[in-house]
Design a protein around this ligand. Structure first.
Ligand code: BES
Ligand code: ZN
Ligand code: ZN
Length: 508
């Protein structure tokens, strides 16, 4: 699918379909509330169509509402599609993305190959034209994503080939920049989804490392992949402990982006890469165990985010670190009660082999220290407790820097990957104390699992790094009971890719 930006007059748009936005506002009229359609610009011919639709109750401009008018020519186009944005003052980029996601899917279903989107001005909102253009590309690419790699019968689904974004001359270059940015970000998110959706027998730790190597080659990143021997040599005792039950060896993946000019900051992105989490000897119940192929979603997010960051050419030094392993039971698997020594030298009592994410992150966080990062962000499907607390609406942010957490919260709202803070009180650190070792991998008391996980990780945040945040994405990394939204189809969501890349962009 190709994107272009043009300054065509509406009547001259030559695509098959013209996509237009309208606002709908609840108004009181004779004691009842009615939705009033609003069109931001008077274009002869369009007003009548809209009022006709309103009269026939076919469209009221509510957010995420669309109406497709097949063979309803306007200017040179054959069809029209209206997207509702709701109340003008309340429009957000997420509303734009969700509405356009619906539109994109409808057009594919209707086998319309190309369309023009007339970018709304959204004057009263604070976002720029560039962000508008970016959201258009994101919505189209992300909503039309499909994972068909393992289908042998080629079910040819219709593919849209061209989207043209129409805007005024004065905004042309800003919108072009935004559209290009959206393409980079959305494609990176699709890469993460591909990695997530790939089944566990295919995407082994070795394969994940190979895929990371390909990404590095494409995006001109430095790549270091430690094999089992090297992992032992580095004394990553916690990662070894998790991996030792499997015949498939672990990998420790490091991608590094060094900008052309001077880097303004160094950031480390650390992602959990458990390619299958059966729980190990502390075996999980079989119901929905298959979903544990998604336990590498954090790794997928950091690998894809660094690719986007490199393609955006941000003036930052960025390191993506992804420890990759399976967690399965066998005669060689680590036993509950075991004590292992992490790379940092701290000892860990392993009470529950199913709390493996924090173990591999312990070594990865410590490893990040050698880059002397200004910020460390880790992202992981860490705890079922997090998904119980927050569901699929947002991920949790827990860390040592309140400003950083506030920043993630604000970015999350804009990106449509929401972030909500959870606490890191001393009580949670008490919960993960051990009687035999420095720290225990499972909480001694019930409740507060997500914060206990973070309290454990805090032990391994390198000294001198005061800005660290842990994003627990257990509830948002995948969604299997249907689509999550118009532009987040069932399966791996790719959550975190745009969030991390936008975070990086916000630092420059
Ligand atoms: N990968 C799981 C967490 C998870 C659960 C992610 C459900 C997505 C959906 C993690 O490794 C795990 O099993 N955590 C345990 C920790 C506990 C044993 C302290 C959990 O949440 O039960
Ligand atoms: Zn687990
Ligand atoms: Zn896990």
């Amino acid at each position: 699918m190709k994107f272009s930006v043009e300054k065509t007059r509406l009547n001259d748009v030559a695509q098959e379909c013209l996509i237009l936005f309208a606002y709908g506002e609840e108004k009181k009229e004779k004691d009842k509330s009615v939705t009033k359609l609003q069109w931001e610009k008077s274009v002869a011919g369009l007003e009548n169509i809209l009022s006709d639709l309103e009269k026939k109750k076919l469209f009221s401009g509510k957010k995420e509402e669309i109406v497709f008018l097949r063979n309803h020519p306007f200017g040179k186009t054959a069809h029209l599609l209206f997207v509702g944005l709701g109340k003008k003052e309340d429009v957000t980029l997420e509303i734009l993305r969700r509405g356009l996601g619906k539109a994109a899917r409808r057009l594919r279903q209707e086998k319309v190959g190309n369309a023009a989107v007339f970018l709304p001005s959204l004057k009263r909102n604070s976002w720029s034209w560039g962000k508008g253009g970016q959201s258009v590309t994101e919505a189209f690419i992300l909503s039309l994503y499909e994972f068909k790699q393992f289908k042998t019968k080629d079910e040819p689904s219709f593919e849209m080939d061209h989207i043209s974004v129409v805007t005024e001359e004065k905004n042309l270059s800003t919108v072009k920049g935004g559209v290009a940015r959206g393409e980079i970000l959305a494609k990176a998110q699709c890469l993460a989804r591909d990695l997530q959706n790939t089944p566990a027998n295919e995407l082994t730790p070795e394969k994940l490392a190979e895929r990371a190597r390909e990404v590095a080659k494409d995006a001109h990143l430095k790549v270091t992949i430690l094999d089992e021997t090297q992992i032992r040599k580095e004394k990553m005792g916690a990662l070894i402990a998790v991996s030792q039950g499997s015949t498939r060896p672990p990998r420790f993946i490091v991608l590094e982006y060094v900008p052309a000019g001077k880097a303004k900051k160094t950031i480390a992105l650390v992602g959990k890469g458990v390619t299958f989490d059966s729980g190990g000897i502390s075996l999980k119940p079989s119901l929905q165990m298959e979903d544990m192929k998604y336990d590498m979603s954090g790794a997928a997010a950091v690998i894809s985010a660094i690719k986007a960051i490199a393609e955006l050419k941000l003036p930052l030094h960025v390191v993506a670190i992804a420890p990759a392993t399976e967690n399965v039971p066998s005669g060689t698997a680590i036993l509950p009660s075991s004590v292992v020594t992490a790379m940092s030298g701290k000892t860990i009592e392993i009470d529950n082999t199913d709390a493996e994410g924090r173990l591999i992150l312990a070594d990865a966080l410590h490893y990040a220290g050698q880059y002397q990062p200004d910020v460390i962000v880790d992202i992981a499907t860490l705890t079922g407790a997090c998904s119980v607390a927050l569901g699929r609406a947002c991920c949790a942010a827990i860390g040592t820097d309140e400003k950083l957490i506030a920043k993630f919260h604000q970015l999350g709202e804009e990106v449509g990957e929401r972030v909500w803070p959870l606490p890191l009180y001393d009580e949670y650190s008490e919960d993960v104390k051990s009687h035999v070792a420095d720290v225990c991998n499972a909480g001694k008391v019930r409740g507060g699992g997500a914060s206990q996980g973070a309290a454990f990780l805090k032990h391994f945040v390198p000294e001198g790094v005061s800005s660290w945040v842990h994003l627990d994405i257990a509830g948002v990394a995948y969604y299997t009971s249907g689509d999550l939204s118009s532009y987040v189809p069932r399966g791996g969501t790719g959550f975190g890719v745009r969030l991390l890349a936008e975070f990086a962009a916000s630092l420059v």
